[in-house]
Write a protein that binds this ligand. Sequence first.
Ligand code: F42
Length: 145
Amino acid sequence: MSEYIPNPMDWVADQVELYESSGGTEGLSLRDTRLPCIIVTNTGWKTGAIRKTPLMRVVDGENYILVASWAGAAKHPLWYHNLKAEPNVEIRDETKVFSARVTEVEDPAERQRLWDIAVTAYDRYQEYQDKTDRVIPVFIAEPTG
Ligand code: F42
C-alpha cells in the first residue's frame, strides 16, 4: 500500500481533507466560488506515492474533462506527468467514487471541443491560457468501473 502525501499547499490539502472526510458532502467547490470540484487520486510517477488533486468538475456525457491549467503557470502541474505515466486514476465526484482511465487529447479539433466545454464551466481557464506560452493540456477521463 503506497503512502498518501498531501499537497504542500494548505488550501488544496484542506479541501481534499474536508471533501473526503465528509464522504463528499462538504468542501465541494473552489474557494469562494460555488463551482463544483472533483478529487483525482493519482500516483506519483517518481515516488509511487498517492497524490490527491482537486480539479474543476467538467463533464462531457459520462466522461470528465481534466484541465492542467495550474492557474496559467509556465510549467505543467506535476500531476500532469503522473497521469501521463499512470493513466489509471480514481475520481471522487461528491459521493460517487469510481476508477477511470485518462488520455491526453491530442487531436486539435477534439481538444478545442472539450476546451470550449471547460471554459463554459469555468471561464478563468481562458484567462490562464492567455497568460501562459504553453498549450494547456486537456485530458479525457473515461470511467472504467
Ligand atoms: N489545478 C488545475 O491545474 N486545474 C484545475 O482545474 C484545478 C482546480 C482546482 C480546484 C480546487 C482546488 O483546491 C485546486 C484546484 N487546482 C486545479 C489546483 C490543483 O489541485 C493542483 O494543486 C495544481 O494543479 C498544482 O498541481 P501540482 O501537482 O503541480 O502540485 C504541486 C503544488 C506540488 O508540489 N505537488 C505535490 C508535491 O508534494 O510536490 C505533488 C508532487 C508530485 O506529484 N510528485 C511526483 C511524485 O512522484 O510523487 C513527481 C512529479 C515530478 O514530475 O517531479
